[in-house]
Design a binder for this molecule. Structure first.
Ligand code: AHR
Length: 510
């Protein structure tokens, strides 16, 4: 056991805000091989599928309890015209996917296919509507098509396309990155658009939309402030407008520059630590946006949504630069673990987060081989799986009363030990990361207000932070039972964390 011992106090009988399960949300864009070849292979594929949807992908994702899936973009959302993606496939018009590789999109995966995918996954749909190049009528019709009962022009169209009953949709995005690919608007301009699009995205019957306004790029707090002002009714008691229930922001972990983001698998120790600093920065961003929102909405009625996050590296050599295909190492897994600890601490305001993206794009859960079709689970997948018990659990505050180990990284100081905890149904779940690339650490959990009975622990680590999974070595980075958890004399637990490791400890509480 190492000499570095980090004490951590958890009052297991003092529940904090519930960790919304939607913090474990996902994102599927018409980008590269995310949809075609990833989720969807078509009915004629040799790979087992249902209506063209890959069943091995579905099975793997069901094990994560994925709560929601955002679609169809991303930047693609603001040039997607949903009516092109309904009806007989051979009659659907094609388009050019100008954002992502300039490839032809045949629209074979459209609204019905997406809803079927969500049903197979047991996930709630989160649709991003087109504000950038679409019309208010187009968006309004889409909501009617999806959610209205009885009889109406859009209902008749839906029924002609084989779907009798309406679907239920809650999460509805009003465009995407309106400051950039979604129209290059100013915050004022976008706020005006969001008012119109939000107004005509109607609640039909008892289907109530949860409308998410397209929010800031990273630390653009002025954007958030403008939306809070323009999309709510100001006064002593701020009331969010009926047409906006949440606003989003996007943040990617990129330790390099936009031109040279760094390689997914080839990196030095400095790159590794810089990555961790960039990942931890999401804490400052969530705090900053929350502070702005608190000024207007101290009752926290408006939700904050981080509907794109994750690592973004240079594409894998030899792949289409517009497809954003990247490998995924233990380093990516630790980035995810740090994000989740931070998300749990902001459970009072952060209501949803969506990693970008689920299959074959950026920080994916699953990579599929374009030739053989082989499916590989990434190290990041395993963090989602190991952490799934936090979904809808009550967050528990973790106090670290002594200094935690740190590394100086450029002008930043990186705390290398990160811990978060929650409680649900008499069960405690603690997630612990050691970000140090070389040194082990022990965390001594001082568990107050409850007695721990059965304890189970798992660890995700590997020889090097660069290690990753491939079709040939699919389990190079995979969780295994962790034996180095021991009871302390005071009823707590001492957890050993090897260098660059992620550990979960699950305990029954009496
Ligand atoms: O996830 C890739 C792209 O990143 C999305 O399409 C866009 O919203 C963001 O800039």
């Amino acid at each position: 056991m190492s000499n570095v011992v980090v004490p951590a106090i958890i009052n297991v009988d003092v529940p904090g805000p519930v960790i919304n399960r939607h913090l474990y949300g996902h994102f599927a864009e018409h980008l590269g091989r995310c949809i075609y070849g990833g989720f969807y292979v078509g009915e004629d594929s040799d790979l087992p599928n249902e209506g063209g949807i890959r069943l091995d992908v579905v099975e793997a994702l069901r094990a994560l309890n994925i709560p929601n899936l955002r679609w169809p973009g991303g930047c693609f959302a603001d040039e997607y015209h949903w009516m092109d993606g309904i009806g007989p496939k051979e009659e659907r018009p094609s388009m050019v996917n100008t954002h992502w590789g300039n490839v032809e999109e045949n629209n074979h995966f459209g609204t019905h296919e997406f809803m079927a995918l969500c049903e197979l996954l047991g996930a709630e749909p989160y649709i991003s509507g087109n504000v950038g190049s679409g019309t208010v009528k187009e968006m309004s019709d889409w909501v009617e098509y999806l959610t209205r009962e009885g009889d109406s022009p859009m209902v008749r169209l839906r029924k002609r396309n084989g779907r009798e009953e309406p679907w239920r949709i809650r999460f509805w995005g009003l465009g995407n990155e309106a400051w950039g690919c979604g129209g290059h608007m100013s915050a004022q301009q976008y706020a005006a658009e969001a008012r119109r699009f939000g107004t005509y995205s109607r609640d039909h019957g008892d289907n109530k939309l949860y409308r998410v306004a397209a929010g800031a790029n990273s630390g653009d707090y002025a954007w958030t402030e403008t939306l809070m002002k323009q999309l709510g009714e100001l006064g002593c008691a701020y009331r969010p407008a009926a047409f906006m229930q949440a606003l989003s922001f996007h943040y990617y972990t990129i330790p390099g520059t936009w031109q040279d983001k760094g390689d997914a698998t080839v990196f030095g120790t400095d790159d590794y630590y810089r990555t961790m600093v960039k990942a931890a920065y999401v804490d400052e961003l969530i705090t900053g946006h929350s502070n702005v929102m608190d000024c207007y909405d101290p009752g926290k009625n408006v939700g904050l949504v981080l509907d794109e996050w994750g690592t973004w590296w240079n594409v894998e050599p030899g792949t289409n630069p517009g497809f954003l295909y990247q490998q995924n190492t233990l380093r990516d897994a630790l980035v995810a673990a740090v994000h989740f600890d931070i998300f749990h601490r902001h459970a009072d305001r952060l209501v949803m987060a969506n990693i970008a993206q689920t299959v074959n794009v950026l920080q994916a859960m699953i990579l599929t081989d374009p030739d053989s079709g082989a499916l590989v689970l990434t190290p990041t997948y395993h963090v989602f799986e190991m952490n799934k018990g936090h979904q809808d659990a009550a967050s528990l505050r973790v106090d670290l009363p002594a200094a935690v180990p740190t590394r100086e990284v450029g002008e930043s100081t990186l705390a290398t030990v990160s811990v978060s905890a929650s409680r649900k149904d008499g069960r405690l779940l603690v997630s612990l990361s050691n970000l140090d690339a070389a040194e082990a650490a022990d965390v001594e959990l001082d568990l107050r207000g409850g007695t721990v009975t059965g304890v189970r622990s798992r660890i995700l680590t590997a020889g090097k932070p660069h290690d990753h999974n491939t079709p040939e070595t699919p389990a190079a980075v995979a969780p295994r039972a962790h034996e180095q958890v021991t009871a302390t004399t005071t009823g707590g637990l001492r957890v050993h964390l090897p260098a660059h490791s992620f550990v979960t400890v699950e305990a029954d509480l009496a």
